[in-house]
Design a protein around this ligand. Structure first.
Ligand SMILES: [Fe+2]
Length: 254
């Protein structure tokens, strides 16, 4: 019998934007997806949530994942072919999540940067301490024509008592991307509270899945079906304020 009070299933929960700016969906290049099949499963989960464009931002970090534009592009081409064979209605774009470290410094100096459409570059701070000179580097990136996006600012504990640093970086035209996983509480109460604080203070420009696996996908699906998410969207008018689609639309041929 038809039930108007039917609880929304996970399949019904859709995001209000269609572009995911942070994901680890490329197979076999970091500790995200480990196979093409796993990547396809993650992409189907993205489609379920209303995402039709995915920025593939695999890790580029010293010692652990010293990827290059060539290694990332090779994995991208394999996944792109599989998407076409499966007929999935989703577009992927190859880029990276660059950890600001000595490997980044040498790759950047050598010009080995793989930006997203529109020259956006997703950068990750160290989780231990803030890099000295990060402000100059963000400035230099912009002088060279890049648009820096700071990945999950809510996750850097050393900023929790230094909220002035958030404002300084954001005032210097660095876009901030908050993880939905953080809002869902996946990284603990501190990161969650800081994520909400960033939203409250107009310091959250974009949202990202930072999806590494299907466990992450399921957590995000559950969360965007929750009352908590809907209240947050409504209270802070996220649909109007989050620029995932607006920021990339001019560069994606639409
Ligand atoms: Fe990430």
């Amino acid at each position: 019998m038809f039930n108007i009070f039917r609880k929304k299933s996970k399949q019904d929960a859709k995001l209000f934007y269609t572009t995911d700016v942070h994901s680890h969906i490329l197979p076999g290049v970091d500790h995200g997806s480990q196979s093409v099949d796993e990547s396809l499963e993650m992409l189907r989960a993205q489609l379920d949530m209303g995402i039709t464009r995915v920025m593939c931002t695999s890790h580029v970090t010293a010692e652990t994942f010293e990827n290059t534009p060539e290694t990332l592009t090779a994995a991208f081409n394999v996944l792109k072919k599989a998407i076409e064979e499966e007929g999935l209605p989703i577009e992927i774009y190859v880029s990276a999540e660059y950890r600001i470290d000595e490997y980044w410094n040498s790759e950047y100096e050598a010009g080995h940067v793989l930006p997203m459409p529109g020259n956006h570059v997703l950068l990750e701070n160290s989780f231990v301490q803030e890099l000295i000179g990060i402000d100059n580097m963000m400035f230099d990136l912009q002088v060279k024509g890049y648009r820096p996006i700071l990945a999950h600012p809510e996750r850097y504990r050393y900023y929790h008592d230094r909220r002035d640093r958030y404002k300084t970086l954001h005032n210097a035209s660095v876009k901030f991307q908050v993880n939905i996983l953080s809002l869902a509480g996946y990284f603990g109460g501190g990161a969650r509270d800081r994520a909400v604080w960033l939203i409250q203070n107009n310091l959250c420009d974009m949202l990202g899945s930072d999806m590494h696996n299907m466990e992450h996908a399921e957590i995000i699906k559950d969360y965007i079906g929750s009352r908590d998410w809907h209240k947050l969207c409504e209270k802070y008018n996220l649909e109007r304020r989050i620029i995932n689609d607006k920021e990339f639309a001019p560069f994606l041929g639409q």
